[in-house]
Design a protein around this ligand. Structure first.
Ligand code: SAH
Length: 395
């Protein structure tokens, strides 16, 4: 087996079970491994540390899979890892919920593999050349476990490009093509999901718990859901009988889907407005028109894709939150989220504190949000923690 030897001192993270070896940590590559090959990683004394797959086109040159010298990474190893990930989600499946993440990459010890379930359909993202190689085993195991109507490829092209991989051709990998809209349930609410063209892999199932918790405050309240997408927060607020719900998103497809979702859940008796606009502009329009709200949800896209973007992202988060604070009735609630892994919860609290100062408001943090059980954070891989949110009382 080919191997890479690490520079002295670079073995520490590997010993602590962190799954990444950066190219800069490598002293020598022994043999001629091809991208996706399983190789051995050794310390500077050539002693075994771990096995992983190699990729010299990626900043992460080795993704570690196994720390036990005796264990062979073969087909049954992969099948076991897949089954283990799926087992963690068994309790999530219920009468009320049939959409969730089945496999979450490094967090499930399967670097570069993401699988989401949408009722009888599965959507797969293959983001490393190592996982690309086991595609037939993966599809076979998923077929055995779920007998899905279809498995669809939604591999993100830019994530693949970072790994030096070509964009995948996409489309159906197994079974039948999904209909334009697949109907799924989450906490008893129905959603239409466009698996082929919706954002991310069609639905943001990472906000499942948070949508429910925020909505617990919504009864009789006027709720503004910013960056609503297909209405996760809006629909939960409607179910709790908010007095009015206003949803803002820049995407026409998102709002069309939200409209359908309101119909299929029979929530049309709740007064609602769908506004297709840039949130930053729309918040200023509300301010000019002196319109106020009792609850505002801010769930923007990732502002900081990497550490280098933190300064710019902090400014954007601060401005967005400042504007929202100015639109709340006294004692109103701001549920504010960040899905940027580079911005951690303490930094996010600091940003909100700055926004409060600038807005001339008092803020009390009354609840903290993170990611749900199907998006676990592996203790040796803190990078996997990306979603955070704060419920703030603003006066
Ligand atoms: N809250 C949603 C998920 C939000 S994802 C849910 O619960 O499902 C982020 C959303 O922000 C996407 O729908 C995207 O279309 C929208 N978006 C991105 N930039 C925007 C902007 N500047 N103004 C308005 N919407 C924006």
């Amino acid at each position: 087996m080919d191997s890479v030897r690490l520079k002295k001192g670079k073995e520490k993270a590997v010993r602590q079970l962190h799954p990444w070896v950066f190219s800069g940590a490598i002293d020598q590559v022994k043999g001629k491994p091809e991208n996706g090959d399983i190789i051995m990683v050794t310390d500077s004394n050539n002693d075994f540390l771990a096995y992983g797959f190699f990729n010299d086109k990626s900043r992460v040159a080795v993704r570690l899979l196994e720390w036990n010298l005796e264990t062979e990474i073969n087909e049954s190893w992969w099948r076991n890892k897949i089954r283990n990930a799926v087992k963690l989600r068994t309790d999530l499946h219920s009468e009320k919920t049939n959409t969730y993440r089945l496999i979450f990459s490094e967090a499930d010890y399967l670097p570069g593999l993401i699988v989401d379930r949408y009722a009888d359909f599965l959507s797969v993202q293959i983001l490393t050349s190592g996982v690309e190689r086991i595609k037939p085993v993966l599809l076979d195991e998923l077929q055995n476990l779920f007998k899905p109507k279809g498995i669809f490829d939604r591999s993100d092209a830019s994530a693949r490009a970072h790994e030096g991989m070509e964009a995948s051709s996409g489309g159906v990998l197994l079974g039948t093509e999904p209909p334009e809209f697949v109907s799924v349930r989450e906490n008893g609410i129905f959603y239409q999901v466009n698996i082929a063209e919706g954002q991310k892999s069609g639905f943001y199932c990472d906000q499942r718990d948070n949508r429910k918790w925020v909505a617990e405050y919504a009864k009789g309240k006027k709720v503004l859901d910013c960056f609503s997408y297909s209405g996760g927060f809006s629909l939960n607020a409607m179910r709790q009988e908010a007095s009015e719900v206003i949803s803002v998103d820049s995407s026409a497809l998102a709002l069309d889907t939200l409209k359908k979702n309101i119909e299929i859940n029979e929530f049309h008796h709740i007064p609602h407005r769908l506004v297709q606009s840039d949130v930053n502009k729309q918040l200023r329009v509300f301010r000019e028109e002196n319109e106020k709200f009792d609850i505002i949800i801010l769930d923007p896209p990732k502002y900081a894709p990497s550490r280098s973007a933190i300064t710019k992202a902090s400014r954007a988060y601060k401005d967005l939150n400042r504007m929202a604070m100015l639109l709340l009735n006294d004692g109103g609630l701001l549920a504010t989220f960040s899905c940027s892994g580079a911005v951690d919860i303490s930094m996010f609290k600091q940003i909100i504190a700055w926004a409060a100062l600038d807005a001339g408001k008092n803020v009390q943090f009354i609840q903290q949000f993170s990611q749900p059980a199907d998006h676990p954070v592996r203790s040796s891989f803190p990078e996997g923690e990306y979603l955070k949110g704060l419920l703030c009382r603003v006066s």
